[in-house]
Design a protein around this ligand. Structure first.
Ligand code: ZN
Length: 475
């Protein structure tokens, strides 16, 4: 049985793992690479397997770095089924449609600019475009992907073939996110179990439940995004969030929250909803300036059975956690532009790493003001505008123009959708029998290596940090 790491190794994006059992070929994830040019370029490389030979894809959740290359896979001949939970299917649709639109816009901007000047590679300063960066897929390529989905609840074991069985468990990362358990009968008739962690959530985060603990595995493929870091506690994070909002109110400054449309946006709304409904904050105008986040919020509303107990209780009491006085859903680009003249407001907008989308315009308008507060609630990949701001770069280039960063910058790691070092360790320790091997993936290289080395000596288990396109034989 062969396992090949086709992405999401020694980096946090492009997750894709190929498993060939001898009688069945399976992918777990088919994500896009994001970040610097030389990373995004990998999206245009051929897959290191034949898409038409793949029997099925199991998708752990809807984030673009896990699902973004599905349309390419389908265009290149994949006809099998895509397995996920119901919310993952619905959220994947809006993520892919949005990505198609963004790529088309970016490409036509690039085309018209390159007609005006001699084509040249732009600096990576602004999440730039290069000549080869044609859209990976178009809007019309999305529905054929969605048509291939087969959805399953958490907890039920299903046979994909005589020798391959899977079960989805709750990963507690975003709505519908899963851990994948796979049981495979080898040619010799032995059963081997492989567990893919997917992205593991932070225990205690809002709306979703805590990650399920898995008791047994021969092999574990585990994410390590925050393998080097400890988040502040949830309570501390909430207090810090509240004090920033209050301070901004006193200074009549704007609060900018770059947020992924799926997951972080809903969690931030949920938190502000509690402040407002409990009268801890009053007269706070909040603009969710992201049509995609609005759509995602509607999907969240459709699946309360996936909520944790607190969120369900809130619903039962009649409080819609995604609706409160002062909240405005901004639809059109015109409405978004009108926010320029406003002060003392909170703007939640994408993209989460400030690589595009409406947040970029709000940053341009606000970053040079000292009473602006920028709150980062999600991971900022190296090479993105968000990362440069978080790293306190004194001047940043946005759409070809330099801006001084005078705004107050806050990072609230406690909002993270990923568990920290302690959470990952707890999850790995919960395996009753020590696995034969753990593959550390989905982390910046030094983080995966550092965390892997610690786990190896602590749990007395073999840990491997695979390289891109490395293939291992699972005995
Ligand atoms: Zn994710």
């Amino acid at each position: 049985m062969k396992l090949k790491f086709c992405g999401g190794v020694r980096t946090v994006t492009g997750s894709c793992y190929y498993l060939d059992t001898g009688s069945y070929k399976l992918l777990v994830e088919c994500g896009a690479f994001q970040g610097k040019d030389d990373v995004e370029r990998l999206n245009y490389e051929p897959f290191p397997f034949n898409p038409s030979e793949i029997d099925a894809v199991i998708l752990t959740h809807a984030h673009y770095d896990h699902c973004g290359r599905l349309p390419v896979l389908v265009k290149q001949g994949f006809k099998g089924k895509i397995i996920s939970t119901q919310p993952t299917r619905d959220l994947t649709k809006i993520i892919l449609l949005d990505a198609a639109r963004l790529q088309k816009e970016e490409y036509s901007r690039w085309e018209s600019r390159s007609k005006a000047e001699k084509p040249k590679k732009e600096s990576s300063e602004e999440g730039a475009l290069f000549m080869e960066k044609r859209p990976l897929f178009l809007e019309e390529d999305v529905q054929p992907v969605i048509d291939l989905f087969d959805v399953y609840p958490y907890g039920s074991s299903v046979h994909l073939s005589k020798d391959v069985e899977f079960r989805l468990r709750d990963a507690g990362h975003i709505l519908g996110s899963s851990i994948v358990e796979l049981w495979i009968k080898t040619a010799e008739g032995r059963e081997r179990k492989i567990v893919f962690s997917g992205d593991l959530g932070q225990p205690g985060i809002r709306i979703v439940r805590d990650p399920d603990l898995i008791r047994e595995a021969d092999y574990v493929v585990c994410e390590s995004t925050y393998g080097n870091r400890l988040h502040k506690s949830k309570d501390e994070t909430i207090l810090e969030f509240l004090s920033i909002l209050k301070q901004a109110q006193e200074q009549n400054g704007n609060v900018l929250i770059p947020a992924f449309a799926i997951g972080r946006s809903q969690e931030v709304l949920y938190e502000i909803n509690l402040f407002v409904e409990n009268k801890i904050l009053e007269n706070l105008p909040v603009y969710l300036d992201s049509p995609m986040a609005k759509e995602a919020t509607n999907i969240y509303k459709q699946y309360p059975t996936f909520y944790d107990e607190d969120a369900r209780r809130l619903l039962e009491k009649g409080d819609d956690p995604f609706q409160f006085p002062g909240l405005v859903f901004v639809n059109s680009a015109e409405e978004s532009k009108r926010l320029i003249s406003k002060q003392g407001i909170v703007i939640i907008a994408g993209s989460g790493m400030c690589t595009g989308g409406r947040i970029v315009h709000h940053i341009k308008n606000n970053i040079e003001k000292e009473n602006t507060h920028m709150i980062f609630v999600g991971y900022q990949v190296d090479g993105t505008l968000g990362r440069r701001i978080v790293d306190r770069t004194p001047e940043v280039k946005i759409m070809g123009k330099q801006y001084s960063v005078r705004a107050q910058i806050h990072t609230l790691g406690g909002f993270s959708a990923h568990g920290d070092q302690r959470d990952l360790r707890y999850w790995l320790r919960s395996f009753g029998h020590t696995p034969k091997k753990i593959f550390m993936v989905h982390g910046d290289e030094e983080i995966s290596i550092g965390f892997g080395t610690n786990i190896q000596s602590e749990l007395k288990v073999e840990v491997d940090i695979p390289k891109l396109n490395e293939e291992v034989e699972l005995k």
